[in-house]
Every structure is written in structure tokens, then in C-alpha cells.
Design a protein around this ligand. Structure first.
Ligand code: URA
Length: 435
């Protein structure tokens, strides 16, 4: 086989065969095919697309490019959850304990944040002592004993996706349906759960900026999952404004804890209950998704979700006292407030700009090598639809470098739109596919 012929074929819009796809994936991982030829192929794929069959095959080739996780030592129907990435998305920290509290085994691998979307692993590392890296036997034992574990994804899972994603990032070829779907689903399939719930974000803070595109991506991922024998459901959710009020690592963990105490923002509470309800249903613990939702609401209201979070933090070496005492989290030394320059209603808070501003406070990284400031980030005082008076607080930025905060504040302030006439609050859950 020859890489030039494969690039030429895709450039002409013809479908690649299974053998050709597996050959270029293997060749890229084993370094017999150079970056420049794969870059050319990615650009051809970007313009000509991938058929469903090509996408299934690419997913499978990437899934088997490294280790796959065998969750068979864990009894029960294991259910995974994945978000396509948003600003302020701390849902995993609420959803996983709720589903686990109701007997659904959660054996989850999460990533670190890059760009303006945060990663669950960074968030969990803001808990003093918390270990995100466990031996596989420890990981499985923990799921069997307390019902859940969340760890960082190891380097040996889907190495093809790691290399391809890094190359896509620097060749402007990230935003392709087939490439996104195969990248996400190869990791989910390699991680071994029996069922998968996907939270597909739509809006200016997400990969998919409009509902139509989000639906195409969601349907494709659901098909890939089901085709591979894993029951898969996608929930399309709003990411025009940040989720909840906190953006930044420890700030988001605190908001997740508050949510499990029943005091969280309405949007994160609604989304967490809905997603865990579906997971409870897929995990065979409820007869319908509606019954799952009711069970999730009860587990949140009576504190079982919070108790499970406490158990989980302790099991992974973290200090569970953070649940009562937020001063145990890494602390900021400086803060900067943003005030409204006019009166009216908040009609928009661009999630993308808040994400960028949060990254500039030190809470996010622009390159994989950068360290994050676990105390840094932004707390919103207003959400879309809220009334605001001139001079009222819109948001507070936290961190350890005033110069960074002052720069970040300019971006954060530009995210807010204040108008005389109010708008309808955006619908959080837009569509569910695959139920
Ligand atoms: N997340 C992934 O893991 N891969 C993509 O391509 C996009 C988002």
C-alpha cells in the first residue's frame, strides 16, 4: 500500500477501504508514515468527509491501536459518561456519585483540559491528596468495593487518537464530524464500559455551534456505539453560556459539592439529574429513564450522592474534609471583580469568552505541558435572563497573578451582553438521541 495513493483517493472523494484505513493508522502509530502525509490525508478527509463505514473502521482501528480495558472483573452493567467539552462542565463529579449511589458501577477514565475547556482530571487534582493515577487492579477493586472510580486516561489507551488529535490541533482539522466521532468513540470503546451516555454540547462554547451539526455528530456517535455492541445514548445540551456559575478547577469541584448538597445552580442540577437518570436506566437499575430520573433526584435530595462522593474521595487518597471545609482547597491570593456598565437584563454570556478568560487567569492550559493554577478561575454572579443594575457585580476572577486577572477581566467583561429587553432562558436539554 502507498500513502500517496491513499491521499489521492480521498482527495478525489472516494471511500477508503478497511485495509487502507487500518494500514495508515498502524503506520502512523509505528512511525513509518510521517506527519506531513497524515496531515495531507486529514485535510482531504476534512474536505471530502468519511462515510459511515469509513468512520466505523477508523474508530475500530484507533480503539485497537493500544491497550483496551477489560472491565469483566466488575460485576453489573458498567455505564460511562462523556461530554464533548464545555465551559464550567463539572457534571461528571455530580453524575458519577449519583449513578454509583444507585448501584450503577462507574469505572471511568477522564482527560485533562486543553484550551478553554476544563478536564475532570485537573479538577479532581485540586482535592488535596487525591490520586488520579491508580494501578488497574486498584481501579477495578475500588469499583467493586465502593461502586466507582475515576482516573486519568493512561498513555497506552488509543495512542493513534493521541497522535492524530495532536496533529489535527495544529493543522486546523479538528472540526470534522467523522474525525471527532471516531476520536471520542475510540476512547469510549477502549475504556470497556457496557453502555455510554454522551453529553453533546452545542453553542459558542462548544465544538458544535448549531443544533443541526450537534445532531449529526450525536447520531453518528450513537450509531458507532450501538454498532460496536454498546448501548449508546446522546443528550444534546446548551453551551451558549457556561454551565453553572463556577469555571476553574477547585471552584468547579466546590460547585459540584454544593450541587450534591442540594444547593447547586439550577442548570447543573437539572443536567446532572437527567444524565444520571439515563445512566441508572441503562445500568438496569430503573425500568424507564423517567424512573431513573426520579431515583437520581431522591439520591441527591437525601444525601446518598454526597455520601458516595465522600467515599470516592477517601478511596482515592483525597481529604474528604474538603466537603465541609472549602478552605482546604488551593487558595487564590488575588481577585478582580467585573461590574455592569448599564442596567437591563443579561441576554448573553458567551461561554467561549468566559472559557478563554478562565484560561488566562491560570485555570487552563494552552499547551499540554503547562501547569494549571488549581485555585484560579471565574465565578459568575449573573446568568442569562437575570436582571442587572448598573454597577452590580457580574463576575469575580480569582488567581495568583493580578496582571493575568486584569487581562482576563477584559475578555470576561466582553462576554456579557446586557440589553433593555429580556430574552427567554435558553433550554438546557435540547434533544435526546438513542433512547
Ligand atoms: N474530543 C475528543 O476526544 N476528540 C475530538 O476530536 C474532539 C473532542
Amino acid at each position: 500500500m502507498n500513502m500517496v495513493d491513499i491521499i489521492q483517493k480521498k482527495k478525489e472523494g472516494r471511500a477508503l477501504s478497511d485495509d487502507e484505513i487500518r494500514w495508515f493508522v498502524d503506520g502512523y502509530v509505528s512511525e513509518s508514515i510521517p506527519d506531513y502525509q497524515i496531515s495531507a490525508l486529514l485535510m482531504a478527509i476534512y474536505f471530502k468527509g468519511l462515510s459511515k463505514e469509513e468512520t466505523f473502521c477508523l474508530t475500530d482501528a484507533m480503539r485497537h491501536s493500544g491497550d483496551t480495558v477489560d472491565l469483566s472483573p466488575v460485576s453489573g452493567i458498567k455505564v460511562d459518561k462523556h461530554s464533548t467539552g464545555g465551559v464550567g462542565d463539572k457534571t461528571t463529579l455530580v453524575v458519577a456519585p449519583l449513578a454509583a449511589a444507585l448501584g450503577v458501577p462507574i469505572a471511568k477514565m477522564s482527560g485533562r483540559g486543553l484550551g478553554f475547556t476544563g478536564g475532570t482530571v485537573d479538577k479532581m487534582e485540586s482535592i488535596p491528596g487525591f490520586r488520579t493515577s491508580l494501578e488497574s487492579s486498584e481501579f477495578l477493586d475500588q469499583v467493586n468495593t465502593i461502586g466507582m472510580s475515576v482516573i486519568g486516561q493512561t498513555a497506552h489507551i488509543t495512542p493513534a487518537d493521541k497522535k492524530l488529535y495532536a496533529l489535527r490541533d495544529v493543522t486546523a482539522t479538528v472540526d470534522s464530524f467523522g474525525l471527532i466521532a471516531s476520536s471520542i468513540m475510540s476512547k469510549k470503546l477502549a475504556s470497556g464500559s457496557d453502555a455510554i451516555v454522551l453529553d453533546v454540547k452545542v453553542g459558542n462554547g462548544a465544538f458544535m455551534e448549531n443544533q443541526h451539526d450537534a445532531e449529526i455528530l450525536a447520531e453518528l456517535m450513537v450509531e458507532i456505539g450501538n454498532n460496536a455492541g454498546r448501548r449508546t445514548v446522546a443528550v444534546i445540551t446548551e453551551m451558549g453560556q457556561p454551565l453553572g456559575k463556577a469555571v476553574g478547577n477547585s471552584l468547579e469541584v466546590i460547585e459540584a459539592i454544593e450541587t450534591l448538597k442540594g444547593k447547586g445552580p439550577a442548570d447543573i442540577t437539572e443536567l446532572a439529574e437527567r444524565l444520571s437518570g439515563i445512566m441508572i436506566y441503562l445500568g438496569g437499575k430503573a425500568k424507564t429513564p423517567e424512573e431513573g430520573l426520579e431515583m437520581a433526584k431522591e439520591a441527591l435530595a437525601d444525601g446518598r450522592g454526597l455520601a458516595k462522593l465522600r467515599e470516592f474521595i477517601s478511596a482515592q487518597g483525597g481529604n474528604p474534609k474538603v466537603i465541609e471545609d472549602y478552605t482546604l482547597f488551593p487558595q487564590h491570593s488575588v481577585q478582580k471583580e467585573i461590574y455592569a456598565e448599564s442596567s437591563g437584563y443579561v441576554t448573553g454570556i458567551e461561554a467561549g469568552k468566559i472559557g478563554l478568560a478562565s484560561q488566562h487567569t491560570g485555570a487552563g492550559r494552552a499547551t499540554k505541558e503547562e501547569d494549571v493554577d488549581l485555585s484560579a478561575g471565574i465565578c459568575l454572579s449573573k446568568k442569562v435572563g437575570d436582571k442587572v443594575e448598573r454597577g452590580q457585580l457580574l463576575a469575580t476572577l480569582y488567581g495568583n497573578d493580578l496582571f493575568k486577572l486584569e487581562n482576563a477581566a477584559i475578555t470576561a467583561a466582553a462576554a456579557f451582553k446586557i440589553e433593555e429587553k429580556n430574552v427567554e432562558k435558553p433550554k438546557l436539554i435540547k434533544k435526546i438521541i438513542g433512547l
